[in-house]
Design a protein around this ligand. Structure first.
Ligand code: PEP
Ligand code: MG
Length: 759
């Protein structure tokens, strides 16, 4: 901890007097420059300093924005880069500098226009809010002077108040361009990563509370302390309630987070520091934010993942405490809401539901649960959008381009217009696809493909008929397990699966058994940390080792069918024995159900996902035993190329239309055909028209994809002659090309097929 421990009473009283004086003077001062000037006057007088200056951040620089003592001509003239000089050093490190010999201090730089060469002593503190440095507050004296800890603390408290005021725009002045613009008023563009494709226009709804504190200085510390403690005990009650509800979680991650929260909520150091800030004259909310600033500053410095996680927990806890203090419940939903959050759990995201037009996260990863849910909900998602939670205000207009990972906040009109044209085009295309809904995906030379949809939630099922999908080719059952804080019960699962089958009616649904591990970690299941989770204990490997969960799920599926046909497939099968063992469990559960007198499905088809190259070379008997095979291209591709599907650096490095990969797919299809095993493809690539065409040319006849992709893929297939496409691919393969894409794209253009620049 870099900050001083709680201050003695006498100093707290002084600090309070200073803050009150400041507040009263500021209330009288005009907005803008006058307020900054008043602060420097009052602080220089209170600390008996010949100089007091405020430097505010303007982009990458700091600008002398007000001073008492330095040359007034230098105001709005003197600028330094972050890291430059002592002021820049404070802004960079977010740490105070206290020296009685400034010229000898590391990093010192002299700005002649300010006339500061005569001042030897220097005390500067960062003006920061929630981990972001907004400026620097400095006092200077001619004589060598040791500024005391109390003085440092007093200056920090003033800096806190300045930060809060800057946040409310107290120093901005529309008539004075020399001053910083109103915070969060200008357009802001952010480039993040693609979480889920699609475009959306709407209005910001903030997931985390954004507490704008109108009055950071509090008159009555006793009352503020009372508010803080009331909020703390409400917070403890809230966490206790969550812990109680988490009945299974004696060791899971989720439980660990709750326990960490519970522990922090009692942490004496944390509470004492907040109390000290209140005693010094700050409002309870500012005291909490001050702690958050400190936590976030530490987070930026620390690389140890465990400690960072705990700091994250503490930050989340502070958010909850702020919510208690400010009485903020769930944010109001504007029309066309676009959710903006630092990060979000899958359950929370699902609570917002399909009403959301889009989601923008400041953190998050492509494979995170939130991304999985956003994908399942088909909501455009941009992740790692820098500064978005800092810049966005509730209700701001926002455009999100999930195809490119771009976010426009408070966009200029020309950007909005161009964007709307893109949305209109997408709508027109959807309308054109709707016309194709009841037409078959038959190529010009008469080959018909089966197009199915991928799903993971009950909420997906309404898309089944409107999308024109022939069935659900992949139902990812893990979502129900991921989005809850505890293990779902068999009866609840069976009821859900029944509803899914009911909603699907005549169309088949292929349920994939629980695919957890790797990126999909159940919050309530104990796991050893693994050096390489994608190659670790996941999917059927977990199922076969923890048969209780697998059998419970199989039983739920068998019961849910209520005598109807059932299709089940096992994920991530790497060798024949795994499939055989999984299949045996299904058959045993079916027999047991029959013995118990429950109706059993009239047929059970049991398949395997081919997601590891090894399975392609399994014995013939495997292919003969499997009722069907579904190629999980997302995983298969990552293992084929040894390129992590979640690692931005490599995940797009190898083209799906790479000759090696396509040839491998072709070999799998040929083998399945020879042995009479129906084969389909259900990875994300199936939904990309050019890739889908290439797969069809390699012999695949069933593809499963997101419902929104069915239209575009169908349009492509209907527009081409498949044999000619295959010829083009074969020519490219023969030419030594690395990928068949260039040749295929050229050919598509010549035949006038519908190709987008990026499909
Ligand atoms: C795949 O790997 O292609 C697949 C469909 O499974 P998931 O994306 O859920 O791992
Ligand atoms: Mg997979």
């Amino acid at each position: 901890m870099t900050r001083a421990e709680p201050v003695p009473f006498s100093q707290a009283v002084e600090s309070r007097i200073l803050l009150r004086r400041l507040r009263d003077a500021l209330q009288k001062a005009e907005r803008g420059q006058a307020r900054l000037d008043v602060i420097t006057q009052i602080v220089s007088a209170a600390l008996v300093a010949e100089v007091c200056s405020i430097y505010l951040r303007r982009g990458p620089e700091l600008e002398l924005s007000a001073t008492t003592g330095l040359n007034p001509e230098a105001v709005h003239q003197t600028r330094m880069r972050v890291r430059e000089g002592l002021v820049g050093r404070i802004a960079y490190t977010a740490e105070p500098v206290n020296t009685k010999d400034a010229p000898s201090a590391p990093g010192f730089q002299y700005f002649p226009e300010t006339g500061e060469e005569i001042y030897k002593s220097f005390l500067g503190v960062p003006i920061q809010r929630l981990g972001e440095v907004l400026g620097v507050l400095v006092v200077q004296n001619r004589l060598a002077r040791d500024y005391t800890e109390d003085e440092l603390h007093g200056l920090e408290v003033v800096a806190m108040v300045i930060a809060e005021m800057a946040e409310t725009g107290a120093f901005a002045s529309p008539s004075d361009p020399a001053l910083p613009p109103e915070p969060r008023a200008m357009p802001h563009h952010s480039r993040g990563l693609i979480g889920q494709e699609g475009v959306a226009e709407g209005y910001v709804v903030l997931h985390d509370p954004q507490v704008i504190i109108a009055n950071p200085v509090a008159d009555d510390p006793t009352a503020e302390r009372g508010r803080l403690h009331a909020a703390l005990s409400a917070l403890r009650g809230e966490i206790d309630g969550m812990l109680e509800a988490d009945y299974l979680g004696e060791a899971g991650d989720h439980h660990e987070v709750l326990r960490a929260w519970r522990m922090f909520a009692d942490d004496k150091g944390w509470i004492r520091r907040m109390e000290a800030s209140i005693t010094a004259g700050l409002a309870a909310e500012v005291a909490v934010e001050r702690e958050q600033s400190e936590t976030r500053a530490r987070m930026a410095r620390i690389t140890d993942p465990y400690i960072r996680e705990r700091l994250h927990d503490l930050d989340d806890l502070a958010n909850r405490l702020l919510r208690q203090l400010s009485g903020h419940a769930r944010p109001e939903m504007p029309e066309d809401p676009v959710l903006v959050a630092r990060n979000i759990g899958p359950g929370e995201l699902l609570d917002y539901g399909r009403a959301l037009r889009g989601v923008v996260l400041e953190e998050g990863s492509v494979g995170s649960h939130a991304a999985i849910v956003a994908r399942a909900l088909a909501i455009p998602l941009v992740i790692q959008a820098s500064r978005i939670t800092r810049e966005a205000r509730a209700g701001d207009r926002i455009l999100i381009d999930g195809d490119q990972g771009i976010v426009h906040l408070r966009p200029e009109e020309n950007i909005a217009t161009a964007f709307r044209a893109k949305i209109d085009m997408a709508h027109e295309a959807q309308a054109a696809y709707a016309v194709l809904r009841d037409k078959p995906a038959t190529s010009r030379d008469g080959v018909t493909l089966g197009l199915q949809m991928n799903a993971g939630l009950m909420a997906d099922l309404p898309s089944l008929y409107p999308s024109g999908a022939d069935g659900v080719g992949l139902f990812r059952t893990e979502l129900q397990f991921l989005i809850r804080p505890n293990m779902p019960k068999r009866a609840a699962l069976a009821a859900l699966y029944t509803r899914i089958l009911d909603a699907a009616g005549e169309k088949p649904v292929t349920f994939r058994t629980l695919d957890i591990g790797s990126d999909k970690v159940l919050p309530y299941m104990t796991r050893e940390p693994e050096p390489n989770p994608a190659l670790g204990w996941r999917a059927i490997r977990v199922g076969l080792d923890r048969t209780g969960v697998m059998r419970m799920q199989l039983q739920a599926l068998i019961r849910a069918a209520r005598g109807r046909p059932l299709r089940i497939m096992f994920p991530f099968v790497a060798q024949f024995d795994e499939f055989r063992a999984g299949r045996d469990h299904v058959l045993k559960m079916r027999d047991r159900e029959a013995k118990l007198g429950h109706p059993v499905p009239e047929t059970i088809e049991i398949g395997a996902m081919l997601e590891t190259p090894s399975l392609a070379f399994a014995p013939d008997q495997f292919f003969q035993m499997a009722d069907f095979i579904s190629i999980g291209g997302n995983d298969l591709k990552q293992f084929f190329f040894a390129a992590d599907r979640e690692n931005e650096r490599v995940r797009r490095r190898y083209d799906t239309l790479n000759v090696s990969f396509l040839t491998f797919i072709e070999q799998i299809v040929t083998r399945c055909d020879r042995l009479g095993t129906p084969v389909s493809f259900c990875g994300e690539d199936a939904g990309r028209p050019v890739e889908a065409l290439a797969f069809a040319a390699m012999g695949l006849r069933t593809l499963s994809m997101r419902p929104a992709s069915i239209g575009p893929v169908k349009r492509m297939i209907r527009a081409v002659d498949l044999a000619a496409a295959k010829e083009t691919i074969d020519m490219a393969r023969g030419s030594g090309a690395q990928s068949v894409r260039p040749a295929l794209m050229d050919w598509l253009r010549t035949v006038g097929a519908p190709v987008k620049p990026k499909s």
